[in-house]
Structure formats: structure tokens, C-alpha cells
Design a protein around this ligand. Structure first.
Ligand code: FAD
Length: 327
């Protein structure tokens, strides 16, 4: 058996990422730089495919996560730290990287895919991997849009520290809402948890807020209006059974009302299910030849980092086989 010493692991990884080139026909264009997309990039680069990664950011939802305890190899790691490690791994391969940018359309032209970005024109690829994940669902109530970034937030991990000593409300009853409450209870004076019907989060998480004096759970309420001139001043909620109205004086509102798949830019190119998730076969093929999808944007049953990484690896290997057979 070979003895592996820690000193054998390179301490500083050389950055080898490439500038994107609009004249190159890439083997594969990966859309989305979350766990699924970044894993796909690494797998493709190791197969010597020419790869272009286009993403709004490096990390995706992992950037909104504070503590991670279920990614193998790390008993405990902060989301930003894990995202940083993924990014370093991507950058250690000769992958063309267009981050930050946003894909606004994907079109098929003969045997090629044209991927249009918001800021840098079009790129060409022989295959595409969609790894665009999910984004927060909005509440669609008065003043939500106007006051986004001025008290209304969709990322407790990012913004909780801004509410030190203040009062805040969280809307939602799933894991992400409870994580928001865990983050906020440490800094805020008072935290209201507004839940429509019942809490649907993991018991182990709920236990962490159940006994907290500064967390008030308001079950059976929905938000109906946000008030405030330049910043959030209050949240109006309604009891779903009695129609009773309450106005909570808060400076922060954290929307944790679920996530929706980022598929708008595909404009019906591939088949989706009733939740607008891309339908994939178990090898990550979509309904369109040459288009593969992986991670949270798809109909895979569970949405987790380790699952997104595994799906990203599968999508890359399927895309690789597709390209080899085509050549
Ligand atoms: C608050 C919270 C806590 C969580 N905690 C955990 C946890 O503890 N453990 C765990 O395993 N999982 C956790 N998850 C779930 C996990 O983060 C996701 O399952 C995982 O990030 C999905 O990876 P993905 O690559 O499929 O998608 P995402 O992470 O959503 O990444 C999608 C990427 O695509 C980019 N993108 C989207 N649209 C476009 C476009 N049009 N053009 C260019 N780029 C685009 C995005 O910017 C992003 O980089 C948590 C999620 C949340 C929200």
C-alpha cells in the first residue's frame, strides 16, 4: 500500500482557467456554477473536453448556506468556504470561465447550440449542460419589490448580521426558514416566524429554535402587505382561519417561501414537469439531444449539495459520450 503524506498534496493550486472566446466551438457549455455545474466542469476537463462555464456566480445556493454538516469529507464547513473550495478546483483546470454573466437564451442552429449571454454576446457549443439550479420564490405582495434590499431579503445567511438588535420576520416553514431563524436569533432582538400551515422542517433544526425566548412562531398566518417608505417598517399578516389581521413592527423581512427552477431562458426547449423542473433520464439526458441537465433544476427527487455534485458528474460523463459518438 502506498503511504500518502499530507505534504504530497499541493498547497497552492495554480489557476489555469481560460478567457472565453466567442469564435471557439466548445465541446460543452455548462450553464450554472453551483455544485452541479462546477462538478460537471471538472469531470469534462479531466476528459480533455473544451468547456465553457457561464454563471451568475461561483457557488449558487451554497453561498446562501451557513453551516453544512452533510457534505462528505467535512464534518462541518461554512457554505462560503465549501463554495470557495469548489471554485479553486474548477479554476485549477483549463476551463473557460465567464463569471459573472447570465444566460438569456439557448438556441439550436444545425448541430450547434448558441448560448446568448446578457453582457458578452453569444457562445457556441456542441452540447449544453443546464445546471442553473433554483431561485427564491417571491411573495408577490405590496411593497415587496420596492423594498427588496431595503429590509426585504431572500438570503438570511447573507443579511442576518444587518439586523443585530433589530426585529425581523421570516416567512416560511421549511428547513431554509428554520435556518434563517437560527441565524437571526443570535443577533436580532425579536424574530417572528410566519408559517402558513405547519412547520415542515427537520426535527433536529426545529429543536434549535423551540425554546428560544426571542423567537415567536406565528402558525396559520400569511403575509399580505409590507409597509415602509424608504425601508421596511412593518409586515401585515392575516390568520388563514379567522381572517384576524396583525401588524408586526419589523425592520427586516426574510422570505423563505421555497424555490423555483431557473428555466426561463430555455423557453420550452426541453420538457419540464408541473413544477417547471427539467425532466431528465437517469443519465441526465433531457428531451432534446445534446442538452443535458443536472442538480436542483431537474426533477431528481432530492435537492442536496452531494446529490447535485453526483448529478453534475453524471451529466458530464453523458455529455462526453455524446460528443465522442458525434465526432
Ligand atoms: C438556505 C439553504 C440551505 C441549504 N443547506 C444545505 C445543506 O446543509 N446541505 C445540503 O446538502 N444542501 C443544502 N441546501 C441545498 C443545496 O444548496 C442545493 O441542493 C445545491 O446548491 C444545488 O446545486 P445546483 O448546482 O443544482 O444549483 P444552485 O446551487 O442553485 O446553482 C445554480 C447556479 O446557476 C446559476 N444560474 C442560474 N440561472 C442562470 C443563468 N440564466 N445564467 C447563468 N447562471 C445561472 C446560479 O447563479 C448558480 O450559480 C441548502 C439550500 C439552501 C437555499
Amino acid at each position: 500500500m502506498t503511504d500518502i503524506k499530507l505534504t504530497d498534496v499541493p498547497q497552492e493550486v495554480k489557476k489555469r482557467s481560460l478567457e472565453p472566446d466567442a469564435n471557439t466551438i466548445y465541446d460543452v457549455i455548462v450553464i450554472g456554477g453551483g455544485p452541479a455545474g462546477m462538478t460537471a466542469c471538472v469531470y469534462l476537463a479531466r476528459k480533455k473536453m473544451s468547456v465553457l462555464l457561464i454563471s451568475n456566480d461561483f457557488g449558487g445556493q451554497v453561498l446562501w448556506t451557513s453551516e453544512i454538516e452533510n457534505y462528505m469529507g467535512y464534518q462541518y464547513i461554512m457554505g462560503r468556504e465549501l463554495a470557495q473550495k469548489f471554485t479553486e478546483q474548477v479554476n485549477s483546470f483549463p476551463i473557460a470561465v465567464r463569471v459573472p454573466d447570465e444566460v438569456i437564451a439557448v438556441e439550436q442552429d444545425e448541430h450547434l447550440f448558441l448560448v446568448q449571454t446578457k453582457y458578452e454576446g453569444n457562445y457556441k457549443g456542441q452540447a449544453v449542460i443546464i445546471a442553473s439550479g433554483k431561485q427564491p420564490r417571491i411573495l408577490d405582495i405590496p411593497k415587496e419589490r420596492e423594498l427588496t434590499g431595503r429590509g426585504v431579503s431572500y438570503c438570511a445567511t447573507c443579511d442576518a448580521p444587518l439586523y443585530a438588535g433589530k426585529d425581523a420576520a421570516i416567512i416560511g416553514g421549511a428547513n431554509s426558514a428554520i435556518w434563517a431563524a437560527i441565524d437571526l436569533k443570535k443577533v436580532a432582538r425579536k424574530v417572528y416566524l410566519i408559517v402558513r400551515s405547519k412547520i415542515k422542517a427537520d426535527h433536529i433544526l426545529v429543536e434549535r429554535i423551540d425554546q428560544e425566548a426571542n423567537v415567536e412562531q406565528l402558525i396559520g398566518y400569511i403575509p399580505i402587505e409590507i409597509k415602509g417608505k424608504d425601508r421596511v417598517e412593518s409586515l401585515v399578516i392575516k390568520n388563514t382561519k379567522t381572517d384576524e389581521i396583525k401588524e408586526l413592527s419589523v425592520q427586516g423581512i426574510f422570505v423563505e417561501a421555497g424555490l423555483i427552477p431557473n428555466t426561463g431562458f430555455l423557453r420550452d426547449m426541453v420538457k419540464t414537469n408541473e413544477r417547471n423542473e427539467i425532466i431528465v433520464a437517469c443519465n441526465c439526458e433531457t428531451s432534446e439531444g445534446g442538452v443535458f441537465a443536472c442538480g436542483d433544476v431537474t426533477n431528481v427527487s432530492d435537492k442536496q449539495i452531494i446529490i447535485a455534485c453526483g448529478e453534475g458528474a453524471k451529466a458530464a460523463l453523458s455529455a462526453y459520450r455524446y460528443i465522442i459518438e458525434k465526432k
